[in-house]
Design a protein around this ligand. Structure first.
Ligand code: 0X9
Ligand code: ZN
Length: 314
């Protein structure tokens, strides 16, 4: 990306993912699970040892839902590159690829990303049904998810940067990610504020954003603590030992409804976090490489390691 060579573009990201699949056909597949508003494909990279079977807990890392948050997709892609490169030599990584499945959505909002790559400070998707003649059309995808949609911290003004959309889950990008979550994570919770997910719930979901150096857990739309709060807080604080971020319930940043993290936990019951990387939308490449990348790589590796039993962290 212009001026920031450490952040690969959407096309470079896809090329890198395809080269992983070519180099490691036994570990990787590249699959499409949806389309953008403009009809462009949305892809995931799936990583697991294809020759091992059994119940494999799912690890889902999503990035660049907000188009301009460049460092997020790069971290996710570097994570993938590390897993395949160290398979067979790093015991933790070998075990994880043998016994778990990774679903990595590098570019959750490629239409928006295309705008950002043209030099616009783009956040939303590019659905020109909304604010089509204005300078900021589109829906904030992190306000469009169905759990407690439109309960505060989102806007009904189509030109606003936090426009929630005309209805819950209205956007094709939202539907793509929701569909993937539903495919990976069985529904283990009532959609209310008080029923805990069972202690044996498997899997972990992390939505990677920037910026502010935070590790956030649900809920984000209300100050009610999640019914699995003992484990959720312990795990979120543990991530902070790795990445140095401030741990807190998402609502502590500001109340906002319709986030992916709240759908993952609130509706499905999967342990779910939002990581906010760094101190700016565009990090200096030397800072990204020397600081943001290593500290968060270790946090993601740790998160992946506990995917078999995240609620046993209480
Ligand atoms: O506002 C957001 O969507 C996230 N911050 S960002 O600066 N990347 O836009 C925080 C989302 C936290 N999660 C929820 N409120 N559910
Ligand atoms: Zn964001």
């Amino acid at each position: 990306i212009g001026g920031y060579p450490c952040f690969r573009t959407v096309q470079e990201t896809y090329a890198a993912a395809q080269s992983i699949v070519q180099q490691y056909p036994n570990l990787a597949r590249w699959e499409q699970h949806g389309r953008t508003t403009a009809g462009n494909p949305i892809y995931r990279l799936v990583l697991t040892n294809k020759n091992t079977s059994g119940t494999k807990p799912k690890v889902l890392f999503n990035s660049a839902l907000h188009a301009r948050e460049y460092a997020t997709a790069e971290l996710n892609l570097r994570f993938a590159e590390k897993l395949v490169a160290e398979y067979g030599t790093n015991p933790d990584i070998t075990w994880m690829l043998d016994s778990q499945e990774f679903y990595l959505v590098f570019q959750a909002n490629p239409d928006g990303r295309a705008r950002a790559e043209q030099g616009r400070l783009w956040r939303k998707n590019v659905n020109t049904r909304f604010c089509g003649t204005g300078s900021t059309p589109g829906v904030d995808l992190n306000r469009n998810f169905p759990f407690r949609w439109n309960t505060g911290g989102s806007s009904s003004d189509p030109c606003n940067e936090t426009f929630m959309g005309p209805s819950a889950g209205s956007e094709t990008e939202t539907q793509a990610l929701m569909g993937l979550m539903r495919q990976l994570f069985p529904d283990r919770r009532n959609d209310d504020l008080t029923s805990p997910a069972p202690a044996d719930t498997m899997g972990i979901y992390i939505d990677i954003h920037s910026y502010s150096r935070l590790n956030l857990w649900p809920f984000g739309s209300t100050s009610t603590k999640p019914p699995n709060s003992a484990a959720m807080e312990n795990l979120g604080r543990k991530f902070s030992y790795y990445n140095g971020h401030k741990p807190m319930q998402a609502v502590g940043l500001y109340p906002a409804s319709g986030g992916t993290d709240e759908f993952a936990y609130g509706t499905l019951g999967v342990a779910s976090y939002t990581l906010e990387l760094g101190d700016a939308f565009f990090e200096d490449c030397s800072k990204f490489t020397s600081d943001i990348l290593p500290r968060n790589m270790n946090a993601l590796l740790y998160a992946a390691k506990v995917a078999r039993a995240p609620y046993q962290m209480a």
